[in-house]
Design a protein. Structure first.
Length: 477
């Protein structure tokens, strides 16, 4: 093995093959659900170095775990415990290769931090709309690897919809130069879309050409209290009708999710917090307008007037300034952290057709309350995309560790069976990783699974790219 490390040192420079010392930042996942052991962490500086590293690893039969910001939530970016895998960290590859204003696109390397790309676009007077709470540390390579969603999908789509072209290093260490800025290109199988969302199992993304958009002239944010989930879906329909393409955000928050923010972040000012009987659901809406703030406000007011008339909104505030809008978004984005403060919990990232979400929530809430008395539901998410983070917190009394050990399988079983019964997905935006391999095996159709194994076998016959992520290593395993 040390012969391999010697060759890798030669390719990327000795200081970029981390072998000894504290590698926990690369070996442990963000949620601390898994801690592995890497043979080494290798940090190439460019595409040629990535290709050379892959060729050496392929020759040695050593598997590779691609890693960006290591913020993934499905345990896909950390090595297993064997001490035989290379973590290939792309974070040194953070150059912006080109900005093409006329084509509304830019070409960036995989290790660019998402927030830096948003800021770069902003400086150019343009918008790069991909937005998620991990944006300060996740990378565009990881966003593409997981096909990340986030808070602007309702208008701009997932990372997949934002990508025009890719540069990829294959499992054989060849470079696929697919960095096109084309919006139309029907030339055979869509390799770009095959790579996106493949979580590092089919190729290593080294650069991407991504879409840019004109910046909206004005953005307004509202925070509304609602009597039930059916009203939230009704409000979504009205928002589409009244705002059209201006609807750029539609997030739902359950009462308990919000109460955790109030409890653990007392410095945040949460609308309607002091009310004696808190309504069960809240919605954060964002309206981006291409004309003016005045126009945006008029359209928002017309929407809210209609929603009040219909009874689907009980109360609402519209942010008066950008900083107020930012504060409202901050409340929504604080939920995962508030939940972590409350203690260990079980996360679900599910999607269901919006029309069926009220019935699903009613069914699943009642089921969990009956089967696990005292269980607390932290329900929030991107309702505009039919995506809920339907999370489960241990009962107030009792040890969350014991709860997880004894009840996690049952909780997952109840939730995922209900999701399947409602025609939904057990992974909306976080991917499968190593965490949900058994769920894919269970809930994906045998025909789809066999096509997936065939693709993996064709592109990575040695099985060196992120083995055990998405698919079990062998079809029957
Ligand atoms: P990593 O975690 O390093 O890797 C993720 C996966 O992609 C792994 O399988 C890895 O092998 C693969 N990968 C990484 N780089 C490459 C590459 N260059 N080529 C090929 N494969 C690669 N996700 C959402 O979708 N929506 C959200 O709203 C959201 N909110 C989040 C909020 C918080 C607080 C946190 C911690 C996470 C959140 N996530 C969300 C999950 C996570 O941020 C995303 O999955 C993100 O896209 C991962 O990027 P990363 O650079 O950290 O990738
Ligand atoms: Zn999310």
């Amino acid at each position: 093995m040390s012969a391999l490390l010697e060759r890798l040192r030669h390719i990327v420079g000795p200081q970029h093959v981390l072998h000894e010392g504290d590698l926990i930042a690369y070996e442990q996942d963000w949620r601390r659900r898994a801690r592995g052991k890497a043979l080494a962490v290798v940090r190439p500086a460019n595409t040629e170095e990535v290709a050379a590293v892959v060729r050496e690893c392929a020759a040695a039969g050593t598997s590779i775990v691609p890693q960006g910001g290591n913020t993934g939530l499905s345990v896909g970016s950390t090595p297993d415990a064997s001490g035989t895998q290379i973590v290939l960290s792309l974070t040194r590859m953070n150059a912006v290769r080109q900005i093409d204003r006329d084509n509304l696109s830019f070409t960036v390397e995989a290790g660019c931090i998402l927030q830096n790309l948003q800021e770069l676009a902003d400086k150019e007077g343009l918008l790069f709309p991909l937005s998620l709470a991990a944006e300060g540390s996740c990378t565009i390579g990881g966003n593409l690897g997981t096909n990340a969603g986030g808070t602007q999908v309702v208008r701009y789509g997932n990372t997949r919809e934002l990508c025009l072209g890719l540069e990829v290093v294959t499992a054989q260490g060849e470079i696929w130069h697919g960095l096109k800025g084309l919006r139309k290109d029907n030339t055979g199988y869509d390799l770009r879309n095959l790579m996106i969302g493949s979580e590092g199992t089919l190729g290593i993304i080294t650069a991407a050409t991504m879409k840019l958009f004109p910046k909206p002239a004005a953005q307004l944010t509202a925070f509304a209290a609602l009597p039930d989930m059916a009203s939230a879906v009704r409000l979504l329909g009205l928002a589409h009708e009244f705002l059209g393409a201006g609807l750029t955000g539609f997030e739902v928050m359950g009462r308990f999710a919000l109460s955790l923010v109030i409890k653990h972040m007392p410095q945040l000012r949460v609308p309607f917090a002091g009310e004696a009987e808190a309504p069960p659901y809240y919605v954060l809406l964002e309206n981006s307008d291409s004309e003016s703030e005045e126009h945006a406000r008029q359209r928002f007011e017309a929407l809210l007037e209609r929603a009040f008339g219909d009874g689907c909104v009980l109360d609402a505030v519209v942010a008066e300034s950008l900083s107020q809008a930012h504060d409202l978004w901050h409340i929504r984005e604080s939920i995962p952290l508030a939940q972590a403060e409350e203690g260990l919990n079980i996360k679900h990232d599910i999607s269901i057709a919006a029309s069926r979400i009220p019935a699903f929530v009613e069914h699943a809430d009642a089921l969990l309350a009956r089967e696990i008395p005292g269980v607390r539901l932290v329900n929030f998410g991107h309702l505009g995309d039919g995506n809920l983070h339907y999370n489960v917190q241990a009962p107030e009394q009792g040890d969350p560790k014991v709860f997880l050990r004894e009840q996690e399988d049952l909780v997952n079983h109840l939730v995922y069976e209900a999701v399947a019964a409602f025609g939904g997905s057990f992974s909306a935006e976080h991917g499968v990783g190593a965490l949900k391999v058994d769920k894919l095996q269970k809930y994906q159709s045998p025909v789809a699974l066999s096509m997936m194994h065939a693709i993996k076998q064709a592109l990575d016959p040695q099985g060196i790219l992120n083995p055990g992520c998405i698919l079990a290593s062998t079809p029957s395993a």
